[in-house]
Design a protein around this ligand. Structure first.
Ligand SMILES: C[S@@+](CC[C@H](N)C(=O)[O-])C[C@H]1O[C@@H](n2cnc3c(N)ncnc32)[C@H](O)[C@@H]1O
Length: 311
């Protein structure tokens, strides 16, 4: 399964010449260098979820509790439990000049996007206005089809303002008269007041709007990888379903735990994933252990565990 130097950083353009013919690729490296090595018009769909410039180092520590008479906390029926740390995953989320970081990457992304392609850009309310300005310049403001609001309901609720419980996903197409939007394939959702629409409509459900209610990745459960800022598969499935066709190539160059690739794989699309954090590749190596036809670049995916170990 190896294709590059163990634990090395991918050289610009390493092995990318025949990308169209290959199935799936996961690359370790700075995405600017990797993007520069990709051919024009390669990707039918790009989804990216860059770090949000919160100035923090994102961390997630996984814990396990075991029953123990000398445990540090009391749980169910007064039993004592001991907490064990299973390790912390982290990546930096801070750039002195966020737009200067993003701009050359988005310029390359635009070049790599097929003429009929779509870009979904996932960000939060602190940066969305500045990113939109940048993307409007590249795509043209009319090519922004939606600002999708992903609304969730989890975490702390400050008492000094309205708790911020949404992310923003900007959806651009390269060509307004030639792009993929498969409205019939989109999974329909229940009406809020089914009694008002009649039994047939109620049974069929309705199309989602630009406001998507979806839980975050559950803190326990099959989907969770433990990678900080992992996005829910449900969000990516909806994007991949609507804006690509089976066999298309989906690119995510801020891949993290590889959610985009997993949604693409499940839906019969090919994928190219890039991240510069070896811990992300480690998570992806386990997550994709059972997916055949993955080619690794700049990283030796010697998987000793499986997706099960991520939980
Ligand atoms: C917000 S996370 C993406 C999470 C992902 N959507 C998921 O579902 O797991 C952003 C990712 O971008 C990566 N990243 C940041 N700067 C990068 C760069 N210059 N090149 C490649 N990856 C980068 C980080 O390592 C991190 O994994």
């Amino acid at each position: 399964m190896t294709d590059g130097p163990p634990d090395g950083i991918a050289e610009p353009g390493v092995g990318t010449a025949n990308l169209e013919e290959d199935l799936n690729r996961i690359l370790l490296g700075d995405n600017l260098e990797v993007l520069r090595g990709l051919p024009d018009g390669l990707a039918d769909l790009i989804y990216v979820d860059p770090p949000f410039n919160t100035g923090r180092v994102q961390r997630r520590t996984r814990i396990r509790t075991r029953r123990s008479p000398n445990g540090d906390r009391t749980g169910f029926k007064g039993e004592r439990y001991r907490t064990e740390s299973l390790g912390t995953k982290r990546f930096r989320d801070s750039f002195d000049d966020y737009l200067a970081f993003l701009e050359p990457r988005l310029v390359e992304a635009y070049r790599v996007l097929a003429p009929h392609g779509s870009l979904y850009f996932h960000i939060d309310y602190r940066e969305v206005h500045r990113c939109r300005f940048l993307l409007d310049e590249l795509f043209g403001p009319d090519n922004l089809l939606n600002e999708i609001i992903w609304a969730y309901d989890f975490g702390a609720r400050p008492k000094t303002r309205w708790p911020a419980k949404h992310d923003n996903i900007l959806f651009y197409v390269k060509n307004l008269s030639d792009y993929v939007f498969d409205v019939d394939a989109i999974e329909r959702i229940p009406y809020m007041a089914p009694g008002l629409v009649g039994p047939d409509k109620a049974a069929r459900g309705k199309l989602p709007t630009d406001t998507w209610w979806h839980t975050i990745v559950p803190t326990s459960g099959a989907e969770r990888t433990g990678y900080p800022t992992q996005k829910p598969l449900g969000i990516l499935r909806r994007i991949v379903t609507a804006s690509s066709r089976p066999g298309d190539l989906v690119l995510d160059f801020f891949a993290g735990s590889g959610t985009t690739g997993m949604a693409a794989h499940e839906l019969g699309r090919r994928f190219v994933l890039v991240d510069d954090n070896p811990e992300a590749l480690e998570v992806m190596a386990k997550r994709f252990a059972e997916v055949p036809e993955v080619r690794w670049e700049g990283y030796e995916a010697c998987v000793s565990g499986s997706a099960e170990d991520l939980r």
